[in-house]
Design a protein around this ligand. Structure first.
Ligand SMILES: Cc1ncc(COP(=O)(O)O)c(C=O)c1O
Length: 390
């Protein structure tokens, strides 16, 4: 080894997002020099004496691959702590479990259907109350807050209506009343939106989507700057076992490396598809925050770097919407979103079926497109042929 002095290690926290995505928590393996984070496929760790070990004892409590992911997750959101979960809904559950029976949550009236179902059919049974509200009406939000309200749950843009909410205004309103704001940042990702900088206390993600980015893993994350909350989330993950395995942690970590560059391409593709959809007579309405007529466009322009990779379309009626979903050839008819391949779905019958007959039911004439990384011209041609003659 040369005697030349080694440079001081870089503080990744000071680097730009693309650099942090590739390096934060992902230094070469000190034991072997492996450039990629090893997958520590083990359930337990040897102890040199009773209670003495290298930092890990049993893999439900911690695993070095998961630790690397958690550092990367925190770093992406410029936060002190990231905690990885086995799914996005496990992450939501960890946040809601910090509340107590009798506590109240205010949330958007078009949150992700699974979040609503969890509150309605799991947490409600254990004494949580919640009120869905139009979060773009700050007076309505203020009126819905009760003395026992503990959380304001915001998703922006929302799934699947792509509604955009003013995160700074909502977080300020909640903070005035001593209420925490949680933002589900799954659709925007840290590449486009930084909720903590806008005043939120906690960010949740389904890492199944853009963070993983390749439709090959289910995972979730909670990110916060609050030390005590982070400790509580970590305790919860271990206590209930809602943790990702090492392979899943590795896959999310690998996806994160390309997040910034993928998001640029997703956004450009979605813009091309949304603008083409505007021209199609079969499309009654294009829901895409980049459109100047979108009700949340000005807020999105302010609080996001770009408008995301999702586009929803309202067609003539429910029967047409379902039929059209089955006619795509490049877009695959499937639930989920945020992968390299384009997907189409009918939220009313698929991802949001559990919200039928609820206050947050989605319109039947809606289809949702997750615009992948294929050539935008091929996606537009596919959309045109799927809608032809409808
Ligand atoms: C906005 C949003 N939040 C949370 C979730 C739940 O994540 P998961 O499916 O990883 O449990 C989803 C899933 O579609 C989602 O779209």
């Amino acid at each position: 080894m040369s005697d030349a002095p080694r440079p001081d290690p870089i503080r990744w926290a000071d680097a730009g997002l693309a650099t942090r995505a590739i390096h934060a928590g992902q230094d070469p393996d000190p034991a072997t020099g492996a450039v990629m984070t090893p997958v520590y496929q083990t359930s337990t760790f040897a102890q040199s004496a009773v209670g003495e070990h290298a930092g890990w004892d049993y893999a439900r409590g911690g695993n070095p691959t998961r630790d690397a992911l958690e550092v990367a997750l925190g770093s992406l959101e410029s936060a002190g702590h990231g905690v990885a979960f086995s799914s996005g809904l496990a992450a939501c559950d960890a946040v809601l479990r910090q509340l107590a029976p009798g506590d109240h949550v205010v949330m958007a009236d078009d949150v992700y259907g699974g979040t609503y179902r969890q509150l309605d059919r799991v947490h409600r049974r254990w004494g949580l109350a919640f009120t869905p509200v139009q979060l773009d009406d700050l007076d309505a939000v203020a009126a819905a807050l009760r003395p026992e309200t503990r959380l304001l749950w915001v998703e922006s843009p929302t799934n699947p209506l792509l509604t955009v909410f003013d995160l700074a205004a909502l977080a300020a309103l909640a903070r005035e009343r001593g209420i925490r704001t949680v933002v589900d940042n799954t659709f925007a990702t840290p590449a486009l939106q930084a909720p903590l900088a806008l005043g939120a206390d906690v960010v949740v993600h389904s890492t199944t989507k853009y963070l993983g980015g390749h439709s090959d893993v289910v995972g979730g994350a909670v990110v916060t700057d609050d030390d005590a909350l982070a400790e509580a989330y970590r305790f919860h993950a271990n206590a209930v076992g809602a943790v990702p395995g090492p392979w899943d942690a590795f896959l999310v970590l690998r996806g994160i490396k390309t997040l910034p560059v993928r998001m640029r391409a997703h956004c450009a593709g979605a813009r091309a598809v949304a603008e083409a959809a505007e021209q199609l007579p079969a499309v009654r309405e294009v829901l895409w925050p980049g459109h100047p007529q979108h009700p949340g466009h000005d807020i999105a322009a302010r609080q996001m770097h770009d408008y995301g990779g999702m586009v929803s379309l309202r067609l003539t009626d429910e029967a047409v919407a379902k039929r059209v979903c089955e006619r795509f050839r490049v877009f695959t008819l499937a639930e989920s979103l945020g992968g390299v391949e384009s997907l189409v779905e009918h939220p009313g019958a698929m991802t949001h079926a559990s919200t039928a007959d609820s206050p947050i039911a989605v319109p039947g004439d809606l289809i949702r497109l997750s615009v992948g990384l294929e050539e935008p011209a091929d996606l537009i041609a596919d959309l045109e042929q799927a809608l032809a003659g409808t």
